[in-house]
Design a protein around this ligand. Structure first.
Ligand code: ADQ
Length: 489
């Protein structure tokens, strides 16, 4: 085990998430090559220096044979990762089914699947059974590796059943759970057939965290209305047992972005992009291609702006970078063709022989290209219909020290609560309002841009991912586990 500066053994933090932060490619029967993804959680947890971190999760590949499993586990161990092996049927029912077809849309206010969407993956009940089985498999792996004194941090809507499984295994285990999506109003949440069982399981954790105070409040009211438990300023109480519920807004590793902007290859990218779009203002959208991101609504608002402002038509370009995700879910395939159709129509309508108003890319960009794009952007357009936080808005702000561009941000993204004073907030469903905001942003005075940017930049550089992780983990570590309290009395 690692030691800290005073030579003491560091406490271990077991981070459990559906996906490990690696992508694994099989090279031979017993050999794998691994690529660690540098984004989000990984850089957040690099900041938590007083703990030795271990990752537990699914590697994203089906490995049916034992030789392959053993080889993968060995390769992952070098990266401090521990695999949970899920077979194809479980992935279909648990991941594609219950997680992405039931919980994801419900938590983003899109409601439960109707019959036709459900039919492709059988019933709620069989999906929920698979969800519980999968969560139990995660719990089995955690318990095999758990040592007394470890702190366990469970992530996201995939693992709502995990806190209970872990406490059943060992009630002394310190367990935290954090939700990266919104938690919806209890009026939406209570349509979920397995609503009580999931709430009870989450409440088995010692600390339950959300991005915003609103999500925490929605969760507490779901517990009071559905389970009849008591909501207190500290959290949720049932027969003297308190589960701490609080807001822990995530951030980004802003230094990673500001440092990247100084690299020669990023500056070359910046120069190329400036030349490419000389004489035009650049508007940017970067999203996973997901219905919650409001991409069709955004493009329609841009169309309305062009329609009403002919003088801008050859002076502005919208770059929409949309990385496809969950491509085997039919809803996502439908969204892709819908977006292509709208973009094609608008480019046909307003394009010329030499230029089109919308560049739409269906792919992800590497980190350096992304930083360069953020840096040359005049107006970022983020129109999520619902979004837990939205880190793209933070990344854009981090890269704008020179340009001081404008952020147009959906009021339904968690980030609206932290960047609201600097951004232009919009209701993404109101196409007219978004079109007007585009006009306002493009014409904004340098003074106003500077003032708005200062506010956002100060927030993004002080509320970092590292501070988020540290705050959550230290709050968790400071909780006195109920069982310990009882034994002391
Ligand atoms: P996401 O829905 O994935 O995350 P977001 O917070 O914006 O949304 O993070 C996306 C990340 O992927 C960003 O780091 C971004 O740079 C990257 N990305 C997106 N599109 C890309 C592209 N085309 N090319 C390259 N990179 C791209 C979920 C929740 C959010 C919450 C986060 C963290 O839905 O609301 O903020 O988790 O908790």
């Amino acid at each position: 085990a690692e030691q800290d500066a005073t030579g003491q053994h560091k406490q271990r933090l077991l981070v459990v998430a559906n996906r490990l932060p690696v992508s694994a490619v099989r090279r031979a029967e017993d050999s794998w090559s691994l690529d660690i993804s540098a984004g989000g959680l990984v850089s957040a947890l690099l900041g938590v220096k007083e703990f030795e971190t271990r990752w537990i999760g699914w590697a994203g590949v089906n490995v049916p044979d034992e030789t392959g499993q053993r080889a993968l586990a060995k390769a992952l161990a070098e990266k401090r990762c521990i695999p949970v092996f899920l077979d194809e049927e479980i992935v279909h029912q648990y991941y594609n089914g219950y997680c992405n077809n039931v919980l994801w849309p419900l938590f983003h206010y899109l409601g439960l699947p109707q019959e036709d969407r459900l039919a492709t993956t059988r019933s709620f009940q069989s999906q929920f059974d698979a969800y519980k089985r999968a969560n139990q498999m995660f719990a089995d792996v955690v318990s095999q590796h758990y040592e007394e004194g470890d702190v366990v941090w469970c992530h996201d809507y995939h693992l709502m059943f995990l806190p209970k499984c872990l406490k059943d295994y060992n009630h002394k285990m310190k367990v935290g759970w954090f939700l990266h999506t919104p938690f919806p109003s209890s009026e939406i949440y209570r349509t979920l057939p397995s609503r009580s069982e999931l709430l009870r399981s989450v409440l088995a954790a010692d600390v339950v965290g959300f991005h915003t105070y609103d999500y925490a409040r929605h969760f507490v009211s779901a517990c009071t209305r559905i389970l009849g438990f008591e909501g207190t300023p500290e959290g949720v109480e049932d027969q003297g047992k308190l589960t701490r519920v609080a807001a822990f807004p995530i951030g980004i590793d802003s230094d990673r972005f500001t440092r990247a902007l100084e690299l020669p290859q990023v500056q070359n990218h910046v120069r190329d992009l400036r030349e490419r779009f000389a004489g035009r203002k650049v508007m940017l959208g970067v999203d996973r291609l997901d219905m919650i991101k409001g991409i069709p609504q955004k493009i329609l608002a841009f169309e309305k702006f062009l329609e009403e402002n002919p003088s801008w038509r050859d002076k502005v370009v919208l770059l929409q970078i949309a990385v496809p995700t969950r491509t085997d879910v039919p809803e996502y395939q439908k969204l892709t063709s819908q977006v292509h159709e709208i973009v094609g129509r608008i480019n046909g309508r307003f394009g010329t022989l030499t230029a089109v108003p919308i560049h739409h890319l269906d792919r992800s960009l590497d980190f350096h290209a992304l930083c360069a794009l953020y840096a040359v952007t005049d107006v970022a357009l983020i129109t999520s219909l619902r979004d837990g936080m939205n880190l793209v808005s933070y990344e854009f702000v981090a890269c704008q020290e020179q340009k001081k561009g404008v952020l147009i941000l959906s009021e339904f993204a968690g980030a609206a609560q932290s960047l609201g004073a600097g951004a232009l907030l919009v209701n993404p469903w109101n196409i007219t309002e978004v079109a007007n905001s585009i006009g306002y942003a493009l014409n904004m005075s340098p003074d106003e841009r500077e003032k708005r940017h200062r506010h956002n930049f100060a927030h993004v550089t002080t509320h970092t991912a590292q501070i988020w992780a540290e705050t959550f983990v230290s709050e968790l570590n400071d909780t006195v586990v109920e069982a310990q309290l009882r034994t002391r009395q």
